[in-house]
Design a protein around this ligand. Sequence first.
Ligand SMILES: *Cc1c(COP(=O)(O)O)cnc(C)c1O
Length: 377
Amino acid sequence: MKKIQMVDLKGQYDKIKDTVNASIQEVLDTTAYINGPEVQKFQKGLEDYLGVKHVIPCANGTDALQIAMMGLDLKPGDEIITADFTFAATVEVIALLQLTPVLVDVNPDTFNISIEAIRKAITPKTKAIVPVHLFGQAADMEAIMAIAKEHNLYVIEDNAQAIGANYKYADGSKKKAGVIGHVASTSFFPSKNLGCYGDGGAIFTNDDELAHKLRGIVNHGMYVRYHHDVVGVNSRLDSVQAAVLNAKLPLLDSYNKARREAAEKYNKAFAGHADIITPVVKGDADSHVFHQYTLRVLNADRNALMQHLLDRGIPCAIYYPIPLHSQKAYADSRYNENDFVVTNQLVKEVIALPMHTELDDEQIKYITDTILEFLSV
Ligand SMILES: *Cc1c(COP(=O)(O)O)cnc(C)c1O
């Protein structure tokens, strides 16, 4: 059996080596390292793929979120609602911009931000909601957009984990995650579903005026060379990373399909087990792109299970072990533990299994057998 990895970047690269190498070589031969034709090609390719008017490439997913927020009309002290159960980048940029993060609880089935909790957290100071499409499945965007409309709020989608996922509306129509809110961010960190070979990110929006503003912000606030109209940052997707992404974008759907197929095999092996809750998919199968495959394990010593897996050559991870409201940097005396019942529970139960495009049946069987064996004793 091939060595099991949490993410198999080498196995994936080996299959596309010729295309990727040729694409990188082109950048080296033309020395168009910054803002070269590869970057423009990727921007256009991603706009077409997502069905969105504007993609603004930038240096990483954290910058993408920050820049998206800088482009909106937000002021220090404005309250921004986001999920308690996510990666810290989401709350970090809110705090960095001197906006006030308001963390709220998530749903126990999808792990995504709770609509009830959003409603409860809204005050006259609330200006935006940042849903995170966690582990590869879009949050309940239809309900979130309705709340936003009712209270005149911006919606900034953190789509770092769900690129290519389809969100299904109640009427059956679909849109790609990341093109539903006012603006969205994504990351091309190597292990993400569309990963480059270093850092990369992008912002998407259908709003022409906002897109124009964002294109200046990523480039030192310049719209005309050496004229700095707004305070900006330097955040670029470099041409080598764009070259990698151009080689991989045409494969994104097949990569997401491979992840979904691996998830289905896991689900099948765990089906009906009293102590395992497998990921819940709302909508159709294409609603989830399984950035992570996360189980909830009940009535078991999760740390002992992790050790059992690691001892048998199976990597696994806890995303996320500590609720953001319990992190020193984001603690706030206004928070009440009773408002985070779900997150406080999830952090004790979740375990993420190896998930990538190169998992084979033998590996999946070994992983599921090892888990079932542990839970049966
Ligand atoms: C990865 C990730 C980010 C940050 O992306 P980087 O490119 O690493 O800066 C932000 N939010 C979420 C939910 C992520 O998973």
